[in-house]
Design a protein. Structure first.
Length: 251
């Protein structure tokens, strides 16, 4: 190896290793990486009809694609029924703490509710909201121009109390970077490197901060529901949520 090249590579090592990668999916190729992801399908019945939020869609893997370097989740309507897609990394990619970055282009239109979020990996044992929930980004088409960043805890009985709604000009246009820095002491939410909300709990117990354990990812595009709203603008269909990449690095 050329001496100068070797010196350059050595000099770069501290910078390339300062934020080790925990996980990354660039959605390359033409199919979902099933080592990372699983599909969630149906309407949640009989245990959680409407997935707990009175949502209108049926999830089906046919509406989850990998195309041109993006994850693409599509919402459509056939007859009187809405269909969309949802995926998660449960039991496959689970981690504790890190800087989470998602580059995504939102589905818009009244009644559509794209979400990038996380759940505690112990949800099967403790249930929700004891598992905790980290909502990296939720967008609700009935409130254009607004991004929701939220946390759900047992102390709030699952209600959206620990939350921030932020108006962001142009959020519906093109791709944006949604980032969450999650540590043992606080959780910070950003859009395009602008800090929106910092959560510091009242107490560091399981009721107020159930975030000192592994979590996993979920990505979905809901239709209607308690947050999405009862009115759906069918004239905007099909709606598509695009995700360019998801990556997690150590803080």
């Amino acid at each position: 190896m050329n001496y100068k090249v070797a010196i350059l590579l050595i000099s770069l090592l501290p910078f390339t290793s300062c934020a080790p990668k925990i996980f990354q999916d660039n959605f390359d190729g033409d199919s979902l990486n099933m080592d990372h992801w699983s599909y969630e399908e149906g309407d949640g019945c009989p245990d959680l009809c409407g997935w707990g939020n009175n949502e209108l869609q049926i999830y089906n893997r046919d509406y989850v694609k990998v195309e041109d370097g993006n994850l693409v989740i599509t919402a459509i309507k056939k007859g009187d029924q809405y269909f969309s897609g949802k995926i998660n990394t449960k039991d496959k990619i689970e981690f504790q703490y890190g800087s989470i970055e998602v580059r995504a282009k939102l589905a818009t239109g009244k009644g559509f509710w794209p979400a990038l979020w996380m759940l505690g990996a112990d949800i099967d044992e403790v249930g929700w909201p004891a598992s905790g929930e980290i909502d990296i980004m939720e967008y609700v088409g009935k409130e254009p121009g607004i991004v929701f960043t939220s946390l759900h805890t047992p102390a709030s009985h699952g209600n959206t109390i620990n939350t921030k709604k932020t108006a962001i000009e142009g959020i519906e246009d093109g791709f944006h970077i949604f980032k969450t820095d999650w540590s043992k002491d606080n959780i910070k939410f950003y859009v395009d490197d602008v800090l929106l909300y910092t959560f510091v709990p009242k107490d560091y117990d399981d009721k107020h901060y159930p975030f000192r354990k592994p979590f996993y990812f979920l990505v979905n595009l809901a239709v209607g529901g308690n947050l999405g709203g009862a009115v759906v603008d069918d004239t905007t269909l099909p709606q598509k949520l695009y995700v360019d990449y998801i990556k997690v690095t150590k803080l």
